[in-house]
Design a protein. Structure first.
Length: 236
């Protein structure tokens, strides 16, 4: 192998490493444009497909039993069937102004027909409800099922100061109370555009960083090739 070939191979390897770095850290996450302590809001679950061969065909989000929601509804998605399941509570619980004996335990989205989240893509699934607990954050668990039967549980707790686990539980940071808890419930639908804008901004940032890193690696490869060609010409 000539020096020119070796340098070009090294540069191309660097590009390949940049290309595969992002998907390796992908996991099910949750965000919100308006969720606040003791208020109503929207939680958006971002689900990447990490399989190399199969589509994601089902997503099950489990709500925390220790902090039940008085009201929960699932966002309708074309190509998916949404199912909201309730379960009785161990004991009557007061949530805000509401006395509960049962609450929503899971929300399930199942792909219709041969649909789902294709290989190399992601999708988002949202719930609307509340009141959220008076806490800094709330953790959910998510179960992801693939067309080939593989099941991945995203339910490992994240301890402060420790490395992120392999399958972390989606955790949502809550904002401070707005003072209008009931009004927030009636305005949840109006936040869809804000959520889309927020998620698009996140996507643009991630895409921009990946593009910059890929371009930088390509420039390194090209520079190495030019230097090698010049050296070969001088030897000739």
């Amino acid at each position: 192998m000539t020096r020119t070939t070796a340098r070009l191979a090294a540069a191309l390897s660097a590009i390949a490493l940049v290309a595969v770095a992002a998907p390796a850290s992908a996991h099910v996450g949750v965000s919100s444009p308006d969720a606040a302590k003791e208020g109503f809001g929207k939680a958006v679950f971002r689900v990447p497909n990490e399989s190399d061969t199969a589509a994601t065909t089902k997503i099950v989000v489990t709500l925390p039993a220790e902090t039940p929601f008085a009201f929960v509804s699932a966002e309708a998605k074309p190509g998916w069937t949404a199912t909201v399941t309730k379960a009785p509570l161990d004991k009557p619980t007061t949530v805000g102004d509401y006395d509960l004996t049962e609450a929503v335990s899971t929300v399930t989205w199942t792909a219709k027909g041969d649909g789902g989240i294709p290989v190399g893509q992601f999708d988002e699934f949202a719930i609307s409800g509340g009141p959220f607990p008076d806490a800094d954050s709330i953790s959910f668990s998510a179960q992801q099922t693939y067309a080939d039967g593989e099941v991945v549980d995203w339910d490992q707790p994240q301890a402060e100061g420790e490395a992120e686990p392999e399958h972390p539980a989606p955790t949502l940071t809550l904002g401070e109370p707005t003072g209008d808890h009931h009004g927030a419930a009636s305005t949840t639908a109006d936040t869809k555009d804000a959520a889309a804008t927020t998620e698009a901004s996140d996507d643009d940032s991630s895409t921009g960083l990946g593009t910059w890193l890929g371009g930088a690696a390509l420039l390194v490869a090209l520079a190495a090739l030019v230097v090698s060609l010049r050296q070969n010409r001088r030897r000739a």
